[in-house]
Design a protein around this ligand. Structure first.
Ligand code: UT7
Length: 324
């Protein structure tokens, strides 16, 4: 008998304000046509003034708990993936823990930028497999609108705010790839590529939050090269191949990257969840957002095999193979 981290619930929250490409056209020298054709993005949500990452995270967590039919006190660990915390410390996860009224267990943040949710899922899986937690809330939550450089049209049109959450629960499986739950994870990073995607400020360097800087073309090149490989490595670890995949739930940065990755894996686009059009790039929130939206549209069936894959600043990248 093998312990598996099984998906019991998903939920999401998007801030009320929707910013269409047409609105951004009135702020900077860009066009709906350029944004749409280069990235696939049509609109994104922006948090209201004073609305914090932890508030988005809490709302997504409550939705995931409701979907799982669980109460907050059923949770014994919270892992939040974010690069846009409310404050330098404490962690967003402990803020969410208090907001949910949880007074036991533990909570911490994971920072792997756009790969954050994949890293958080791998961590939560390890906590469950090592019997340190039975029920884990895994949340991706971001307010990237706060770290945009509004003078840089090559980046500021791409990002948005939002949060998604899942509840994982320890269950026993047979130890085969037929089990429900996380079947394999694959994590990678290469810090030599720091300059391709970073924020130009921070506590220890400038004592400011800084703004996002990206060499988009280079990141694109790495994404296309690395995402299919990490997804296939994770599948291989699970004893599966691309032919077994029911759905790819990719990080939503650019529809062209998503399409090229699916092509490389030999998975047709009607088996890929695409939400970048409506959310923009929400960094660590994008995968759980996509998962939750797809579930609410009844896309998934029991026993479906999902592959989540993401790449972001670091560079950091990875994949999770999960059976429903
Ligand atoms: O989530 C973390 C990982 N991040 C990513 O995966 C992002 C990866 N990169 C990308 O998605 C793409 O590289 C971008 C969408 C960022 C850019 O697409 P691209 O096809 O690589 O465009 P480019 O940077 O080569 O720019 C092409 C042209 C340039 O004009 P010239 O020099 O060819 O005349 C830019 O000045 O487009 C121009 N441009 C714009 N025009 C209108 C750049 N930004 C804009 C803009 N509006 N917002």
């Amino acid at each position: 008998m093998t312990v598996r981290a099984v998906l019991k619930g998903v939920g999401h929250y998007l801030p009320e304000r929707v910013v269409e490409n047409a609105e951004i056209e009135t702020w900077i020298d860009t066009s709906d046509e350029w944004i749409r054709s280069r990235s696939g993005i049509e609109r994104r949500h922006f948090a209201a003034e004073g609305e914090l990452t932890s508030e988005l995270a809490e709302k997504a967590a409550r939705a995931a708990l409701a979907d799982a039919g669980m109460q907050a006190e059923d949770i014994d660990a919270i892992v939040v993936a974010t690069s846009t915390p409310d404050t330098t410390f404490p962690s967003v996860a402990t803020v969410v823990q208090a907001a949910l009224g949880i007074q036991k267990g533990f909570a911490f943040d994971v920072q792997a930028v756009c790969a954050g949710f994949v890293y958080a899922m791998a961590n939560a899986n390890a906590l469950i497999l090592s019997d340190q937690a039975k029920r884990v809330l895994v949340i991706g939550a971001e307010t990237f609108s706060r770290i945009m450089n509004w003078e840089d049209r090559t980046t500021c049109v791409l990002f948005g705010d939002g949060a998604g959450a899942v509840v994982l629960e320890a269950q026993t499986g047979s130890g085969t790839s037929d089990d429900a739950g996380i079947l394999a994870t694959d994590l990678n990073s290469d810090g030599r590529y720091r300059d391709l995607l970073y924020v130009d400020g921070g506590v220890s360097s400038t004592q400011t939050a800084g703004v996002l800087v990206m060499q988009g073309k280079e990141v694109f090149r790495h994404a296309v090269e690395k995402l299919a490989r990490t997804a296939e490595t994770a599948l291989d670890k699970a004893g599966l191949t691309s032919d077994d995949v029911s759905w790819i739930v990719p990080h939503q940065a650019n529809s062209r990257i998503i399409t090229k990755t699916a092509q490389k894996m030999g998975v047709s686009m009607d088996r890929v969840i695409l939400t970048v059009k409506d959310h923009g790039n929400t960094s660590a929130a994008s995968i759980p957002l996509a998962l939750s939206v797809a579930k609410s549209e009844n896309k998934f069936s029991p026993h479906d095999l999902l592959v989540m894959e993401a790449i972001g600043g670091g560079l950091a990248w990875g994949a999770v193979v999960l059976r429903l």
